[in-house]
Design a protein around this ligand. Sequence first.
Ligand code: GLY
Length: 420
Amino acid sequence: MNILILGSGGREHSLAWAVLQNPKCDRLIVAPGNAGIAQIADCATLDVNNPAAVCEFCSEESIDFIIVGPEAPLAAGVVDRLTDAGFLTFGPTKAAAELEASKTFTKQICDAAGAPTAAWARFTQADPAKAYIRRQGAPIVVKADGLAAGKGVVVAMDEATALSAIDDMFGGQFGAAGAEVVIEDFMDGEEASFFLLSDGTDVLSIGTAQDHKRAYDGDEGPNTGGMGAYSPAPVLTEVLQDKALREIIRPTITEMARRGTPYKGVLYAGLMIKDGQPRLVEYNVRFGDPECQVLMMRLGGQALDLMLACAEGRLAKAQVNWAEDHAMTVVMAAKGYPGTYEKGSRIKGLETCSETSSEMVFHAGTTAKDGAITATGGRVLNVTARGETLQQARDRAYAMVDRIDWPAGFCRRDIGWRAL
Ligand code: GLY
């Protein structure tokens, strides 16, 4: 088959790497891709948020299957357009993608489905939102309703921080995404991610992971898109996964179908676990980044079969063949990230890292220039390894990190500390 993956990050590099291991893939194009992806697949220039342009490209290139990586094309209705045109596509429709695109929508679905989550209130004006915060007190969580590139959530440990988040959001910091604000009770516990495929009716678990959101060791420093991840997440035991499926995931899928907007694609549930009870923090309608990198490292070529089964409505009969393995990815970022950072620094030593089914450096923000690889993003490389134990995966990943010669970059040295 001819397969198109939309996106340009480490997530899409790992998806491409896994898809290419499956003999069903004859030709792979990634749009727009990056320098690492270009080493294994064709990259194409394409406005991935323009449904008509994506559809035309798929016709021209005789694409048989499209995998949508990031949330923006989903929220723009790319899947709707492709599906209407008869293309087999992996990802939810625009209406179903509201599970990530609107915090209010997700809360309403949870209420209708009886799914455990934090108590919440929605505001369209600053004064009543501030009055609510003063009544509730801190800690408290303030969320911009819409998509804000992962930056629209403030976990405020004191009232002043929460009030200033209200000013920022209604002051336009996140544009239209902050025109509505959801305020939630603070949830205590350990956070973990649960990844599932849904074909609209049936649901299949494809793994658990935990990431590290803070920039520096010891969970210090500013929030980032994620500085590393590992899978499986020990806190999400089989018992807790069953509970989350029964109380949160299946009721959500049933409610989405009841509303006439069935959810099809990967569902990434952020869960807070406390006293044996999982509660929903948020849904994402795509693979996590960098969580996808550890999931793909563990799933390998079967990832394509699972995504096809999902898109074709065959999940009832699908199953994952798990190995007793663990995977870890360490994010190497440009110094200064998540604030301002320089672009264009040269990365050396990548050729010393092997590319095997257990070790892979996925590129997240790189460009090839005059035969060299340069850093052009904030999060730049995802150094990923698999092992029989998490310790082995960790040792392999950091051995690769130590061979990469990139003085303008940094990484955390304690990825996986909670599980190790
Ligand atoms: N790593 C967090 C996310 O992908 O949203």
